[in-house]
Structure formats: C-alpha cells, structure tokens
Design a protein around this ligand. Structure first.
Ligand SMILES: [Mn+2]
Length: 338
C-alpha cells in the first residue's frame, strides 16, 4: 500500500519537472509501456511534456505494442532529451531499465511498480504489490494529478490490466479488478490493441512455439511430486527461424497449461550466451523466490531471471530451489490467500 505522503511527493515531483523521462522495462509488455504512455498523455493534459523510452537502443517495438494510442511519445533510448526526473514503470530492479538505468544514480527517480521483488532502487517508491497491474497505480496517479482519463489513456491502462491478469483469468482477479476494467471501458478504452497484443504473432514465432512444446520434457516427480515441465530455446534455434529473443516470450504462457506440472520453465539463450529463465507456477511453488536466487524476481506465480548457466548445468540447482520454495502443493503448507 502506498502512503498519502508518497502520493503528495510524487505529484510535487511530477508538477515541478521540466523534462521527465518515463521508462518502461526492457522487453516491454503492455503493462510497462502502456502505463508509461498513459502517464505521458495525462502529463501533457496538465501541461507537462515527457518522453517515454526503453533502455534498449534500436529496439524494434514488439507487434501489438506499436498500435497503442500515444506510441508517438516513445523515443529510442539513444535519442532521449536529458531528464530532470525519471519515472520507472513496472520495473522491479535497475537491470530491468537497461541502458537507462544509468540515470538512477544521478537523477531523482520514482518507481511505479507492483512487483513483490521490487529492490528499492528509487528515491520515491510508489510500489503496491497488491495492485493487479502497474496500470492500476498509474490510474490513481492520474486521478491525483487531475488528468482526465481520456479514451487513449484508458486503452493503454486497459491493455496493461488485461495482459497482467492473464486476460482476467489469474487467481488474483477479483471484483475490484473487474470494476477497474469496467471503469476503463466506460472511459472509452478500446480493447482491440490489447487483444492484438495477445493474439497476433509472426508465423515463425508460432513455429518456434511448436518446436518448444514438442521438445518439452516433463519431470513428474520434481517439486515433491507436483511436477515440473521444461523446454529450451537456444540461440541456434532462434537463428533458424530468424527471431529476436522478444518473439519467444510467450512460450512460457503456453507451456504452463501442462496439467502434469505445477511449474513450467522456459530457458532461452540470449545473443550474449546468457540464459533467460522464465518461470510459472500454478500455486504450489513460489517462483519469485526461485528467480530471486538467480538475481531475478517477479510474482509468486510468474517470475524470471537471467543466468550464466546453460540448460544442463542449471537443472540440479533449479530443481533444488523449486523444491525449497514449495508453498501449498500436494506436500506443501496451507494455501496463503491475499
Ligand atoms: Mn506489471
């Protein structure tokens, strides 16, 4: 929960900024980029010009995100004006800011986030891990700024809420979440860009998904019998399909459907030979703790990290950590509700 003093301070900082930079996390999703764009539109309506960026110079925006209204606020990380205030959206740690993380040391920084694993890097944390999406916190920020929720703002916030709640299907979705979504639709949110984001992929992204699912290995005895399913995409695999790393992000969402496993793991090789570890749980394992042990983070049921270890070396460590972070599986403790 964000205290009253922090809200007041955030509004003061934003109102006195000349050149705020709104930073979405690397490999941006709709919650980070949509939140940043919504804030940029709202800031302009109260007379504050800002810039939206991602700390990956030359990044081609993923399909779908390029159709968010207000995407013209997005500026390549190498072309941004010098900021006097940085607002990070949906980034739990400095490494999620890519090249723009350099400003955290020198420029006043506000972190707007809902990750439990938020590391405390900002001068002013606006962090509420009970919020279903960063977009929900931005909604309140805009209300307090006195910025009207226009249909373009609503479209961006709705896209964030839709994607972060797994299309309103994750367990944390309650009446309050639907109420927020309803308000955004009433404000004129267009659900189409959000649907685009989830339903449109290049043909080769589907082909590599097929390959990843076909070669997935099921370990039914791991996680104390709750099961783990793992698949691997090497850089060579991606090269064969001509795909950048960000086109392989949704593989984990498909793999988590496997009924025989509580935990789904996708290991993807970066261009620099490090590996991205994406983790999903159906609830028996706290995967944010598993990711945390590798220096990453996330939520209890969805988390990620980057590792120097390749698929063969990482497996024993991974299985050990998964077992150590059982919460409420077949052999675990009572379900913790929140
Ligand atoms: Mn988020």
């Amino acid at each position: 929960v964000i205290d009253e003093q922090s809200w007041v301070r955030a509004i003061e900082l934003l109102r006195s900024a000349q050149s705020p930079l709104l930073v979405a996390h690397v490999s941006p999703d709709a919650d980070s980029l949509g939140s940043a764009i919504a804030l940029a539109i709202g800031l302009r309506s109260v007379g504050i010009e800002s810039t939206v960026s991602v700390g990956q110079p030359g990044l081609p925006l993923p399909l779908g995100l390029d159709s968010l209204p207000g995407i013209e606020y997005y500026v390549d990380a190498d072309q941004i004006p010098e900021p006097d205030l940085v607002v990070t959206l949906d980034a739990s740690s400095v490494d999620r800011l890519g090249t723009l993380g350099r400003f955290v040391e020198t420029v006043t920084t506000i972190a707007v986030d809902h990750h439990k694993s938020y590391t405390g890097f900002a001068d002013l944390p606006m962090v509420d891990h009970h919020a279903p999406a960063t977009a929900s916190i931005v909604r309140e920020l805009l209300d307090r700024l006195g910025a009207p929720i226009t249909s373009d703002i609503a479209t961006n916030l709705y896209a964030g809420l839709l994607t972060d709640t797994g299309s309103f299907r994750l367990p944390m979705v309650d009446a309050q979440v639907h109420h927020q979504a309803g308000e955004l639709l009433e404000a004129g949110a267009d659900a189409e860009p959000a649907r685009d984001l989830l339903d449109r992929v290049p043909a080769n992204a589907l082909r590599i998904l097929g390959r990843a699912l076909e070669t997935a290995v099921l370990y039914p005895d791991e996680a104390a019998g709750n099961g783990v399913v793992i698949t691997t995409i090497s850089k060579a695999d991606r090269d064969q399909y001509g795909l950048p790393i960000n086109e392989t992000e949704r593989i984990v969402a498909s793999l988590r459907a496997v009924d025989e496993a509580d935990v789904a793991v996708v290991l993807r090789e970066n261009d620099d030979a490090t590996w991205i570890v994406s983790l999903r749980s159906r609830g028996a394992v706290d995967v944010s703790a598993v990711a945390g042990a590798f220096g990453g983070g996330g939520h209890r049921m969805a988390a990620g990290a980057t590792s120097e270890l390749g698929p063969t070396e990482i497996l024993p460590t991974l299985f050990g950590l998964i077992e150590a972070n059982l919460t409420n599986g077949k052999h675990g403790a009572e379900r913790d509700s929140h």
